[in-house]
Design a binder for this molecule. Structure first.
Ligand code: AMP
Length: 284
């Protein structure tokens, strides 16, 4: 039976009685197959699976994006039940940030480029809320999607630096059959934009194919992504990146592990995707 709790006190009481290890899947709701894959991974490894559902206002750098972020708690709870989740923590903002709350967790270098540069304040909001959730859930494992590769790196850095004993586990990106990475934001795409959106994945595949054929110039790989994106008139490029897998600094040449990533706007909807290059997944 999936239990839903909404306050810190209820969560603490519920967690007192559960079997360890505990796995947590932090989400902002509007759950899809990507989230479900994380839940399944938690269920396979942990005695107790906790899902958190909280649309965190502090990680939205644009107020309008927060307002229009899709929400459907009833449907989310059905999905958690279907996945055999033990406990759902769906708090109001006042339980996450009680009156007098006055701390920001700000991760350094790895949080600065890419999404950190494009969305000022975003990773402060992410690191702060995840630190709170880790403190509340005291999970043994936490599951995050490789779809947000930089987020995984930021959270790992935060957990390591703050001596939080939760192990951060990255899970592969779940995609639609046409390659589009599942995202709650996909719901905002118009039919024409939805038809255009797989170009993100095609751009990553184009660069990966060049790399697999021996191309090591990062500029050539960036150009392969840009050329693919240029073929799609609805796609407005925010950035394309070929960065080292450890610190996400832009590369001249790809010698070791690297992360290809990109952010593209379709109308008012901004989508991101990434792909790892190298023997091992760049994050994982
Ligand atoms: P969100 O609700 O968008 O904040 O995402 C919650 C978690 O699900 C994050 O760790 C995301 O990286 C992960 N996630 C989102 N989309 C996908 C996907 N398509 N495949 C795998 N994980 C995903």
């Amino acid at each position: 039976m999936t239990r839903i709790v909404r306050t810190r006190a209820e969560l603490r009481a519920a967690l007192d009685r559960v079997e360890r290890p505990v796995g947590v899947v932090p989400t902002m709701g509007w759950l899809h197959e990507g989230h479900r894959a994380l839940m399944r991974q938690a269920r396979a490894a942990d005695a107790t699976t906790v899902v958190t559902i909280f649309v965190n206002p502090r990680q939205f750098n644009v107020a309008d994006d927060f307002m229009r972020y899709p929400r459907n708690e009833a449907r989310d709870l059905d999905i958690c039940t279907a996945e055999g989740v033990d406990l759902v923590f769906a708090p109001p903002a006042s339980e996450v940030y009680p009156p007098g709350f006055d701390t920001v967790v700000s991760v350094g270098a790895v949080a600065r480029p890419l999404e950190g540069a494009a969305r000022p304040g975003h990773f402060d909001g992410v690191a702060t809320v995840v630190a709170i959730l880790f403190g509340l859930v005291r999970s043994d494992h936490a599951y995050f999607g490789q779809k947000d590769a930089q987020q995984v790196m930021v959270i790992r850095q935060m957990a390591r630096d703050l001596a939080i004993p939760t192990e951060v586990i990255a899970c592969p990106t779940v995609r639609e059959p046409d390659g589009l990475a599942l995202s709650s934001r996909n719901v905002h795409l118009t039919p024409a934009e939805r038809a255009a959106a797989p170009v993100l994945h095609r751009a990553l595949v184009a660069a990966r194919t060049r790399w697999a054929a021996g191309e090591r110039s990062a500029d050539a790989l960036r150009e392969a992504m840009r050329a693919t994106l240029a073929g799609e008139p609805l796609a407005e490029v925010d950035y394309v990146s070929v960065a080292d897998a450890a610190m996400l600094t832009e590369l001249d040449r790809v010698e070791g592990q690297a992360l290809l990533s990109l952010a593209v706007r379709f109308g008012t909807t901004r989508l991101i995707d990434n792909e790892s290059l190298g023997a091992e997944p760049a994050v994982g």
